[in-house]
Structures are given as structure tokens and as C-alpha cells.
Design a protein around this ligand. Structure first.
Ligand code: GLC
Length: 442
């Protein structure tokens, strides 16, 4: 099975792909069990009625399989618990997935019992009392990177269980850089110069592909470029906005200029989130791209990519005097505080967060483990070599503002930065945005 051919995996989901994957899994399982297996599956279904049924809601990540397939494996592995998978929109619709989950959790009826949460929702869910404190059930977190444990902790309580990490990175066309005799750029100016040169030489239509859509991913792109100029969204105490300070304004100005001045990016980036920016890159139409790690296995899949073995991955560039920065992303696990089936939920989470499942997610989805020793896993090293080489990018990634008001801050950022891209009045729009953020966090 390949990825969903050249279609979206992080963007809008084709439901047919999901059912095809399940069907394949079903056939494989049946084959493995032989004729008795078919009967066995019938038994499983009958037995499901006497099982404790819990629900698991998650954004629909897709790779070589789906999270529904993980649930199928769990359901097949024992006969006491049955997990019903509730598939939410893809992670690129982070804001919409959040709003849907908020509506469900606010009903306080125990559904879903278990959920995955974008790292940015953890504080808000904990503050609302919707996420069960997990310290009692998972006292030992020493196998996880300390940064992800910190991201899962709110008010000194573990309210989420580390699952997988995401971080922004620079994809580049190794063959184009080699042809130019160029090194991988470490500054934004170097990147822009090389991108323009490759466009001029006709090597790639687009110089730099990024995500300018008014969506959560725009906040991620902004956090990275602002941090790489020694700027920040909020001051360290979380109480005042820094988005209108010179470092942040120059960083947003750079992104605006990629479209308006240097023209290394097409106007279309303003409507692109992850997949629309990924597709031209793996079709061989771009020299550089900022994206998450899920792209790597797609770029290496001949069924989905025209640039197999031509793509390199590196830390994102920085401004002169600044340091490369990656935005911390990824989804962590949570139990609904109102779940009536805590024990079953804990058992499912124990399995879902295990080394075995994290390895499967790394291999089949290109999402990095939160268990530190998996970065030395031989299979992961062989199939996803970028994970080990960029380990410090993952572990050193910059968090988006950690506040229970995050969703409001994010919406303000999405709208304010979009306005700057449309009007080109970057300073004025960042001033207005700072006023708005200050009002929210006051
Ligand atoms: C990725 C990240 C997530 C982020 C989202 C934005 O899924 O893991 O943290 O919010 O992209 O689109």
C-alpha cells in the first residue's frame, strides 16, 4: 500500500481511502488467520457486544494507514475492550477539530472517552476540567523526552500523555543545489537568493513553498520565522504581545516579500495549508519548502512523488544573528474526565502510547516518537533517516504560547497576519494585532 497516491494525506480526507485501508487490513487479517480467521472475525464481532465499548476521537492523520487501523489492531488483540474510532477532520483543520472536540467535551456525557489533542489545546482542556489528570495512572514518564512531558503538564499535573512530535523543517531539492554547487542555506537571505537563482535557471517554477492560509499552520510558520529573528509572539510572562516589535515585524515582512518582492513564492501560498504546498513540491515544482515531517515518506514514495531520492531535510534557516527555530507540533493523548470507563481508557492509552505503536506511527505516518530511545531504533533510522539527523530540531522546538486562552490568541494571529499579507502594511497590522492579543491575555 502506498500513500493515497498523489492525493492529500494531511489535507482534506478522501473517505474512500479510509475504507480501502480497512478493507486491506481486513483481508490481510483474514489471510493470516486462514479460514478459521474468517470465522474468528465473526466471533470477534459477536463478542464485541460483551466488551466494554469506548470511543476514541482523533484528527484524521493519514499515511500508509490510518488511525482507524490502529484501533482495529487493538480490537483484535484482546476481547475485553472495543474501541470505536471517531474520525475528525484532518490535522490541517486544527481550529475546526478543536471546535468540534470542545462541543463534545462540553456536553460532559463521557464521549469521547479518549481523544488525541493538538499540543496547543492541552492547557485549555485542562483548565476547563475536561482532561482527566493522568499522573496516578502513568506515574513513570522518564522514557519520554522531557520537553513533551512538560507540554503535557498543566498546573503541575500531567493531563495528557505524550504521543508523537511534529516540528517544522526545511525541505530542499538536493539535485538542484548540487547543480548550483550550493550548500544547504542556513539564513533566510541565502535561501531566497538560491530560490530565485533556481527559478531563473528554470530548475523549478517555485522558489519557496510555505503555508500562508488563515489557519493554525500560519501561526506555526510565523512562530518559526519570528523566533529565528530573536523575536516572539508573547513576552516570557505571557502577559504582553511582542508581535509588533522590530524582530517580529521584519520576519513577517520577509514572508510578505517572498510573494510581493522577491517573488520566490506564488500568491497562492496565501490560500495554502500543508497539502496544497506539499503537492507542487513532490511534483518537482519547487526548490524549497517549509513543512512537517509527514512529507518525508511521501517524497520518498514513487507512487506519490516525482522527486524520490532528490529531497533533503534540514533545520529551517534563521536571520543573521538569529538561530534556526522549529514550531513544536504533534498530538498527545487524553482521557475525558467524564468517561465512565476509565480503566478501559487507561488500558487503551497504555497500548497506544507504547513503543510498539509509536514505532508503527513513525514508520507509517512519518510522525516522530516522544519516547527518546526510539530515535535509536534501527528500523526507524533506516526508513526515516531524517528523524535521527534532526533529533535536536524536534527536541528543541519552540512552543506556541502556552495559555488556556490559546484558541483566542491563535484566531487573532491567524487574522492579523493574514491582513498584513493582504495589505502589505506589516507594521500597522502588527500594531493592531498586538493590541488585540494584549486584550486577550490581560
Ligand atoms: C500539525 C501539527 C499541529 C499543528 C498543525 C497545524 O498537525 O502537529 O501541532 O497545529 O499541524 O496545521
Amino acid at each position: 500500500m502506498t500513500h493515497t497516491a498523489k492525493g492529500p494525506v494531511h489535507g482534506p480526507v478522501k473517505l474512500a481511502d479510509r475504507s480501502m485501508t480497512s478493507r486491506r487490513q481486513f483481508l490481510q487479517t483474514s489471510a493470516a488467520f486462514g479460514a478459521a480467521g474468517m470465522a474468528g472475525l465473526g466471533v470477534t464481532r459477536a463478542r464485541a457486544q460483551s466488551r466494554v465499548e469506548i470511543s476514541f476521537a482523533s484528527a484524521a492523520f493519514f499515511g500508509k494507514e490510518s488511525f482507524g487501523d490502529l484501533c482495529d489492531t487493538f480490537n483484535e488483540s484482546q476481547d475485553r475492550i472495543f474501541v470505536r474510532f471517531i474520525e475528525l477532520p484532518p490535522p490541517s483543520s486544527s481550529t475546526e477539530v478543536f471546535q468540534g472536540l470542545v462541543q463534545q467535551l462540553a456536553r460532559a456525557d463521557g464521549t469521547p472517552d479518549v481523544f488525541s489533542q493538538d499540543v496547543i489545546w492541552i492547557a485549555g482542556f485542562a483548565e476547563a476540567g475536561w482532561a482527566l489528570p493522568l499522573g496516578e495512572y502513568f506515574p513513570d514518564t522518564k522514557d519520554y523526552f522531557s520537553g513533551t512531558v512538560a507540554a503535557c503538564t498543566y498546573n503541575n499535573q500531567l493531563t495528557a500523555l505524550p504521543w508523537f512530535m511534529d516540528s517544522g523543517m526545511l525541505y530542499y531539492r538536493r539535485d538542484i543545489l548540487e547543480k548550483m554547487g550550493a550548500e544547504v542555506p542556513t539564513t533566510w537571505d541565502q535561501m531566497a537568493t538560491l530560490a530565485a537563482a533556481a527559478q531563473g535557471a528554470g530548475d523549478a517554477e517555485f522558489g519557496y513553498l510555505w503555508q500562508g492560509k488563515q489557519a493554525e499552520v500560519l501561526v506555526c510558520d510565523a512562530v518559526e520565522i519570528i523566533t529565528s529573528n530573536n523575536g516572539a509572539i508573547l513576552a516570557a510572562d505571557g502577559k504582553s504581545a511582542l508581535v509588533n516589535q522590530p524582530e517580529a515585524v521584519a520576519a513577517i515582512q520577509f514572508l510578505y516579500d517572498t510573494i510581493a518582492t522577491t517573488k520566490i513564492s506564488p500568491q497562492n501560498v496565501l490560500s495554502w495549508d500543508e497539502e496544497p504546498s506539499r503537492m507542487p513540491f513532490t511534483a518537482g515544482r519547487g526548490t524549497f519548502m517549509r513543512n512537517w515531517s509527514y512529507v518525508y515518506p511521501i517524497a520518498q514514495d514513487p507512487a506519490a512523488s516525482d522527486v524520490v531520492d532528490k529531497v533533503g531535510v534540514a533545520p529551517l534557516p534563521a536571520f543573521d544573528g538569529g538561530k534556526s527555530a522549529a514550531c513544536l507540533g504533534g498530538y498527545q493523548l487524553g482521557i475525558n474526565a467524564n468517561s465512565k470507563y476509565r480503566e478501559a481508557a487507561v488500558e487503551f492509552l497504555t497500548w497506544l502510547s507504547s513503543a510498539e505503536v509509536q514505532q508503527r506511527i513513525a514508520l507509517n505516518f512519518g510522525l516522530a516518537p516522544t519516547r527518546a530511545n526510539l530515535f535509536d531504533d534501527a528500523t526507524i533510522k533506516a526508513e526515516q533517516p531524517f528523524m535521527a539527523s534532526l533529533q535536536s530540531v524536534f527536541t528543541g522546538a519552540t512552543a506556541r504560547p502556552i495559555t488556556p486562552k490559546y484558541s483566542e490568541v491563535s484566531l487573532a494571529l491567524q487574522s492579523g497576519i493574514s491582513k498584513a499579507f493582504v495589505s502589505g502594511n506589516v507594521q500597522a497590522e502588527m500594531d493592531a494585532l498586538a493590541t488585540e492579543i494584549n486584550r486577550i491575555v490581560a
